[in-house]
Design a protein around this ligand. Structure first.
Ligand code: MRU
Length: 341
């Protein structure tokens, strides 16, 4: 196994692997402050729901370190303001808010600036450790559902790069492949190409054969009978099972239903948001039109626009299984999600 770490915690700084330039370059940039880490999350230097949450947790720990040293009387106010900056970094992945809430609750137990720093560090490290353990368990539970599968399709990158390691959807694929050979297809995932640049790279480093497809080839691939399951990650799972994930997941789930392909959502419980009853309430991140539009349109007098939502919501009725580290919710639309909580 040659797992890549998207984050490296030194105890006094956080090194972030710049996912924007992968696979051509492997560059880590080191951060010491929460606002700088918020910028790195916004700019997608680090991306993927669990990795965003872990980066934010370390950002809070660094904020506690900085402000408890610089202003021991008013450190908490300064940390609160850093947490607000982190909350604004990206809206859809609930793991960001989950991690910040966890850090805030832990800091409430701190009696001195020194205890705050040691608590913050320990809780952030535990968030990262628990995510890796969750992914290994998700891998086992998800792979149990793939025993008869010959082919799977995944979308975006829900791998080691997007988590503390092993991955969610890619964790399932890694574990299943270790048990028995499986044809793995990855959608390129426009406009950011997480599939083409990150998923294909990760799997090839693990010597798992993977076939890249254009996003628009998915229907035709399913029509050939090459895929038994669509296996994807999630950014937010609502109480009714509706699930936000990378733009294009909803289309793939509709195609899957039309072709008798099953749909698996693999995600840790930190991605479940019981406060939202259904997917309509999820805020979908809109990103800059020029992530989609070719640069040549920047200079035109008549502006050309682009509509660039980067997530969509797959309704629960299109999902066959939600797999978390705690269990599997089969057909959540009929049976609810209790089994995976
Ligand atoms: O915009 P991104 O790259 O952060 O979107 C990532 C996804 O949609 C992933 O599928 C999701 O976060 C799960 S990662 C384990």
């Amino acid at each position: 196994m040659t797992l890549v770490n998207s984050l490296h915690w030194t105890g006094a700084s956080l090194a972030i692997l710049d996912q924007r330039v992968l696979p051509a370059e492997t560059i880590y940039q080191e951060y010491q402050t929460a606002p700088d880490i918020a910028d790195a999350i916004r700019a997608m230097q680090v991306r993927g729901a669990p990795a965003i949450g872990i980066a934010a947790a370390y950002a809070v720990a660094l904020s506690v370190k900085q402000h408890s040293e610089q202003q021991p009387d008013r450190w908490l106010e300064a940390v609160e303001s850093d947490m607000e900056i982190l909350r604004q970094a990206r809206p859809t992945a609930v793991n960001l808010f989950w991690a910040l809430d966890k850090m805030r609750a832990a800091l409430a137990l701190a009696t001195t600036p020194d205890t705050a720093w040691s608590i913050a560090r320990e809780v952030a490290e535990a968030i990262e450790r628990d995510d890796l353990a969750a992914n290994r368990r998700i891998g086992e539970l998800g792979a149990d559902l793939l025993t008869d599968a010959r082919g799977v399709l995944t979308h975006c990158n829900a791998g080691a790069l997007a988590t503390a390691g092993h991955g969610t959807a890619l964790g399932v694929i890694r574990t299943a492949y270790a048990r028995a050979p499986l044809s793995v297809y990855a959608g390129e995932t426009r406009p950011w190409l997480q599939g083409a640049r990150l998923t294909v790279w990760e799997l090839s480093r693990d010597t798992i054969p993977v076939t890249l497809i254009a996003d628009s080839a998915a229907a035709w691939l399913m029509r050939q009978g090459s895929v038994d399951w669509l296996v994807v990650g999630a950014d937010r799972i609502c109480a009714n099972g509706d699930t936000a994930n990378k733009i294009g997941t909803y289309s793939l789930a509709l195609l899957a239903r039309a072709h008798g392909v099953k749909v698996m959502i693999a995600a840790p419980t930190s991605t479940v948001d019981l406060k939202l009853s259904a997917g309509d309430a999820i805020e979908i991140e809109m990103r800059d039109a020029f992530e989609l539009l070719p640069d040549c349109y920047r200079t035109l007098e008549q502006p050309v626009s682009a509509w660039n939502p980067v997530f969509d919501v797959t309704p629960a009725y299109l999902i066959d299984a939600i797999v978390t580290e705690r269990g599997v919710a089969h057909r959540p639309h009929q049976n609810g999600i209790q089994e995976c909580l």
